[in-house]
Design a protein. Structure first.
Length: 503
């Protein structure tokens, strides 16, 4: 290094050191001014507004582009020290705890027993309160320990905003602490105003973003895995915990899920490394659920007892023979169906008697691999004129209708009526491929809106040999399922023109 280069580097270092001293002095002076303004010494017990102001000052220093890395590190250390003192009793506010009115009898005992460095799995059917409880518990833990950050994960990042983010936003309002947080939707984060503690949201479909989370102070000590059953298995679950819960003395590991129908699913297997808590909607106060929820549950209980037992009571009542284990049997509102209309696909399985005719219209959400069944026409001895009139009168001829290729005459009659009907592309292995493609996706179906399709999907089981072992996909009572296979042919091939078509 030359003498000139050496002198230049020394001068830069001196300037940096002087800037650091100036910034640190300004921070100390500002701290003192805040304390004096509130007529209280920094050596005493500061009031809450003093704490908040000092927290903001230190946090601003940590994030300022005008400060050096060394200054930001010192500010972070100061912030951690002050927050630790506050958590130890230096602050004037008592420790925040969940009020009994929001916990409910199903969670009152487990709420008292939650401790760090233990994994907790909350299993239950629809309306069982598990996600609501975990969301409120996360906020309680963050408000009680100013060094704790949280990370919430789901299988697909695209599902985070309308599920767990909304759940935490609701929880903050329910607990009366909504104004204490900032709810940022881009990037998706929730931040505690006074301390800068953050709830991060990540999808398992982007592994790089999972590993890149690093809060500016403290550590991520809370992990919530929503819909645990959608993970590939215990290996992926362990990898998530190891990637996210690190760097601090406390680790709160929460999972929530609706038990899959199959008893053989990995999440239904006994686990010695976690505490499993189970609840149902029957444990919740009726006013929390609403009359419509209760009516829907009672209707399903009467019409499909096995589905009710699984969906609402969380009972894994299948033996592993079900083809479609990711069914979500629930009410689909008219507004929800209308919003999904642009994603619709249509399929037809022609039939007369004893085989049934089936027209099915369903929407596809590829970013989260979900199918929503929107409409159906199902029956026997229905003429092409009658079924075609149904399609036209409901406005379903605005996109192509993929039909059973074994009926070219019926397809021609549809086209003559103005329906953009096209034949399905059958081939060796196409039936098995279609079953596997559908089974790999979550299918949302409403037993009132599309009862026949719901019945087929729920009752669809693998064909078995004389010893009861599964040997293949069913070949009977699958007319609506066949229509679904035809409707999604383009998506199975990766075609971008899966829905739209013309004569």
């Amino acid at each position: 290094m030359s003498i000139m280069e050496n002198e230049k580097e020394i001068g830069t270092a001196e300037a940096t050191a002087k800037a650091a001293e100036t910034t640190e002095a300004a921070a100390t002076e500002a701290d003192a001014d805040i304390a004096e303004e509130n007529e209280i010494s920094l050596c005493g017990v500061p009031k809450k507004d003093v704490i908040d102001d000092i927290f903001r000052l230190r946090r601003d220093l940590m994030h300022s582009d005008r400060t050096t890395p060394g200054e930001r590190l010192r500010a972070a250390a100061d912030l951690e020290r002050m927050m630790s003192d506050t958590a130890a009793g230096g602050g004037s506010s008592p420790r925040f705890e969940l009020p009994a009115r929001v916990v409910g009898k199903a969670f009152s005992d487990i709420n008292r027993r939650i401790v760090p460095n233990v994994s907790y799995a909350f299993a239950g059917g629809r309306g069982s309160g598990k996600s609501s409880f975990v969301a409120m518990k996360i906020l309680e833990l963050m408000l009680g320990d100013p060094l704790l950050h949280a990370c919430v994960v789901r299988r697909y990042a695209s599902t985070l905003r309308d599920s767990v983010f909304a759940q935490l936003e609701w929880a903050a309002g329910e607990l009366g602490v909504y104004d204490a947080f900032v709810f940022n939707k881009s990037p998706l984060e929730i931040t505690l105003r006074a301390t800068g503690q953050t709830v991060y949201f990540r999808g398992c479909d982007d592994a790089a973003k999972l590993k890149s989370i690093k809060p500016p102070f403290g550590y991520i000590g809370i992990l919530w895995k929503e819909e645990l059953d959608q993970l590939s298995g215990p290996e992926e679950e362990r990898s998530l915990a190891q990637s996210i819960l690190r760097g601090g003395p406390k680790a709160y590991d929460f999972s929530t899920y609706n038990p899959p129908r199959s008893r053989k699913s990995w999440v239904n297997a006994p686990a010695a490394d976690r505490v499993v808590h189970k609840s149902t909607y029957l444990d919740m106060p009726p006013e929390w659920l609403g009359q419509k929820f209760l009516d829907d549950a009672e209707h399903l209980k009467k019409t499909c007892p096995a589905v009710y037992e699984h969906e609402y009571l969380g009972v894994p009542n299948g033996d592993g023979g079900q083809v479609f284990e990711r069914l979500d049997v629930r009410t689909i509102s008219d507004e929800e169906a209308a919003a999904a209309a642009d994603r619709a696909r249509c399929g037809v399985d022609f039939g007369w008697f004893p085989d049934s005719y089936a027209f099915v219209r369903a929407a596809y959400f590829p970013d989260r691999e979900e199918i929503m069944i929107l409409d159906e026409l199902y029956g026997q001895k229905l003429s092409n004129e009658a079924t075609g009139a149904y399609i036209l009168s409901h406005g379903f001829a605005d996109r192509r209708v993929v039909c059973d290729s074994a009926e070219p005459k019926s397809i021609a009659e549809y086209r003559a009526m103005g329906i953009p009907a096209v034949p399905s592309a059958k081939g060796p292995g196409s039936v098995a491929h279609g079953f596997r493609w559908l089974a790999a996706r979550k299918i949302i179906v409403d037993p009132r809106r599309t009862p026949a399709t719901c019945r087929e999907l729920v009752g669809c089981e693998y064909a078995r040999d004389r010893d009861g072992a599964p040997v293949g996909f069913p070949t009977t009572d699958d007319h609506a399922i066949a229509a679904l296979r035809y409707a999604f042919e383009g998506d199975m091939r990766g075609s971008r023109s899966a829905a739209r078509g013309s004569l």
